[in-house]
Design a protein around this ligand. Structure first.
Ligand SMILES: Cc1ncc(COP(=O)(O)O)c(C=O)c1O
Length: 345
């Protein structure tokens, strides 16, 4: 083995050969005029697979989430969401800049927002309070967990009672679907809009889709232009996205199987605290307490680097390894071998 094994994230996945060929051969037009046949095909396919009326192609997951907020929420209103969700943690405070909304994060273990917590936080506009204009969920959650459908149903019921729409950050909705053994549409039907990524574990180099009711997507298309997301000959990118949806979704269960096996292997190393039973998708979170010491963390990173494995530096002794399309059984074995060496220090 002499190639680099990158397990920092599934965002590192490069395109497949089939994608590169499709991109080179893509039929394109000016998408701002609605003339790009490949983008149109991708949007129709994405909407159909998610069981939504329409979809719009956007440059990134962050763009799609923020476009959803910008489209659903009047300025000065409030969005309720889990405190560990991507929109709160990793989107650079964009909700306050683009949509001009206040985010109201609530405690949501493993991404589950309970009906009780929502009932306490939802509010109507009055002299002192902003109205709740949106509830956001994330599934699969970027902490590596799948939110059960019953938990989504409980949120839906409260949202309906209050007439508040629900947006799903479904960056990894196909991982959640594979983990639950259902179609992505069975998850998406519980929410009004859904953003999902074609990059991440599906290997497309760029792009996400925002799907929902036709009128919502038409408005989002206009707001996308405001955000500078009108992309002209974007069929080059959409061509890879079509393969992501038609070919790559079928591989995700393999990534999950390898992640679980990796977690089991890590759990068998003395001193490593890993819980294979909590691995729902392609992410393995585990702790090696000595790595709280920066010098020990640096030594561990070096062992992995010597095996040509790139990992993120640990956070307070906690590591995250992510499996993906380019991590096969041989790579998984190399990762375990390096782990045994690194965590014996
Ligand atoms: C759950 C979740 N939502 C949204 C995003 C944002 O996607 P992007 O990096 O394409 O902006 C990510 C990125 O990793 C994510 O994990």
């Amino acid at each position: 083995m002499n190639h680099t094994i990158d397990i920092r994230s599934d965002t590192v996945t490069g395109p497949t050969d089939e994608m590169r060929k499709a991109m080179a051969a893509a039929e394109v037009g000016d998408d701002v005029y609605g003339d790009d046949p490949t983008v149109n095909r991708l949007e129709a396919l994405g909407a159909e697979m998610l069981g939504k009326e329409a979809a719009v192609f956007v440059p990134s997951g962050t763009f799609g989430n923020q476009l959803a907020l910008f489209t659903w929420c009047p300025r000065g209103t409030e969005v309720i969401l889990g405190e560990e969700c991507h929109i709160v943690q990793h989107e650079a405070g964009a909700a306050s800049v683009i949509a001009g909304v206040q985010t109201r994060p609530i405690h949501a273990p493993d991404g589950v927002l309970t009906a009780e917590a929502l009932q306490q936080r939802l509010r109507k506009r009055d002299l002192h309070t902003p109205a709740t204009s949106l509830i956001c969920l994330e599934n699969a959650h970027s902490l590596g967990r799948v939110v059960p459908l019953e938990a989504m149903d409980a949120v839906r019921a409260v949202a309906d009672e209050w007439s508040v729409p629900v947006h799903l950050d479904g960056a990894r909705i196909f991982n959640a679907a594979a983990a639950l053994g259902i179609e992505a549409s069975a998850i998406a039907k519980r929410v009004d809009s859904v953003m999902f990524c074609l990059s991440k574990g599906l290997c497309a180099p760029v792009g996400s889709l925002l799907a929902g009711p036709k009128a919502f997507v038409e408005e989002a298309r206009m707001k996308r232009k405001i955000m500078g997301g009108g992309m002209r000959q974007a069929g080059i990118l959409a061509a890879a996205g079509i393969i992501a949806l038609t070919q790559q979704t079928g591989h995700l269960a393999e990534d999950h199987r390898r992640a679980k096996a990796l977690a089991a292997g890590l759990a068998a190393i003395p001193g490593v605290e890993a819980r294979p039973e909590e691995v729902d998708i392609n992410m393995v979170f585990f702790t090696f307490p000595p790595a709280r010491d920066p010098a020990a963390a640096a030594r561990i990173m070096k062992v992995f680097a010597n095996h040509q494995i790139i990992i993120n530096s640990p956070d307070a002794g906690q590591f995250r390894f992510v499996t993906h399309y380019w991590i096969g059984d041989a790579e998984a074995e190399t990762i375990l071998r390096a782990s045994r060496e690194a965590f014996s220090l």
